[in-house]
Design a protein. Structure first.
Length: 279
């Protein structure tokens, strides 16, 4: 297994005369009732990490029509978002919900059938674990698929237990990548990434990341990097390393680990990626 090092990471390229369309279009699908914040965190993180366009389709009945903190995010209905031609990556799952209605499952079926890279997170992973038809759609995909489970979600996907996953993290990441034909990002202390029979270990990060919303931020960051042109593996390595490094940087400044917030991580990640590019 290879430890992820900053010197080995690939950064998105930017040209002086570029326009926003050359920096990728990212879609976030989720934010059901009571969980709008999850999708907004992902969309904001994608915007802060450099996506040229960030869209969000929020499922909640009372979803806002604008994000007052970041009005740059373009809100769309799920139908309008599905019709967009210029999307370069979609993140599905933050706050997607697991209600008895079939809305979430139907949306997942639609997006799994699209020929664009996908980041599958949170509730999307639970739905996949529950429905063999969704697994078949994943296996039939030709575009890149990234799955970002924590130990509990990985246990459901592999019909195992969180305890087993934690004791066998390398094997579990490998099994996820093989069974779902994806880039697997097994989150937790020392996140493991597996793709193409390769394993990578991330050593950045601290306990401050054990708080609500940090996984949504990671998913948005990862989707943004794919939208900007990185392949699934390189985007996963950079997003995971940067996510952890942002938490480490904040703690070094005296911000956290207690009370460290996902929003702070996203802002610090923006600062760090610009520092990385300068170096």
């Amino acid at each position: 297994m290879t430890e992820i090092q900053l010197k080995d990471l690939t950064l998105p390229r930017r040209q002086a005369d570029a326009h926003k369309g050359q920096h990728g279009s990212l879609a976030i699908i989720g934010g059901a009732d009571g969980m709008v914040g999850a999708a907004l965190l992902a969309a904001r993180a994608g915007l802060l990490l450099g996506a040229g366009r960030a869209y969000a389709a929020l499922l909640a009945k009372d979803a806002p029509s604008v994000d007052m903190l970041h009005p740059e995010i373009m809100m769309r209905s799920t139908d309008d978002l599905e019709a967009l031609k210029q999307l370069d990556c979609a993140v599905i799952g933050p706050g997607l919900g697991l209600s008895p209605s079939s809305t979430a499952k139907e949306l997942l079926e639609i997006w799994l059938s699209k020929n664009i890279p996908l980041v599958l997170d949170a509730d999307a992973l639970h739905l996949i674990a529950d429905h063999a038809s969704l697994v078949n759609l994943i296996k039939a995909r030709t575009a890149a698929t990234v799955m970002t489970p924590h130990a509990g979600e990985a246990a459901r996907l592999l019909q195992s237990t969180p305890e087993y996953i934690q004791k066998n993290r390398e094997d579990s990441a490998s099994q996820l990548a093989k069974e779902y034909q994806c880039t697997a990002v097994l989150k937790g202390a020392e996140t493991i990434i597996c793709a193409n029979h390769q394993l990578f270990l991330n050593t950045t990060g601290n306990v401050g990341l054990a708080s609500g919303g940090t996984g949504d931020v990671l998913a948005g960051m990862l989707g943004s990097l794919i939208a900007q042109g990185l392949n699934a593996l390189e985007a996963s390595k950079l997003a995971v390393f940067l996510h952890g490094a942002a938490a480490d940087s904040l703690v070094a400044q005296g911000i956290g680990p207690i009370g460290l917030t996902a929003s702070e991580v996203a802002i610090e990640a923006r600062y760090l990626i610009n520092q990385f590019k300068q170096k």
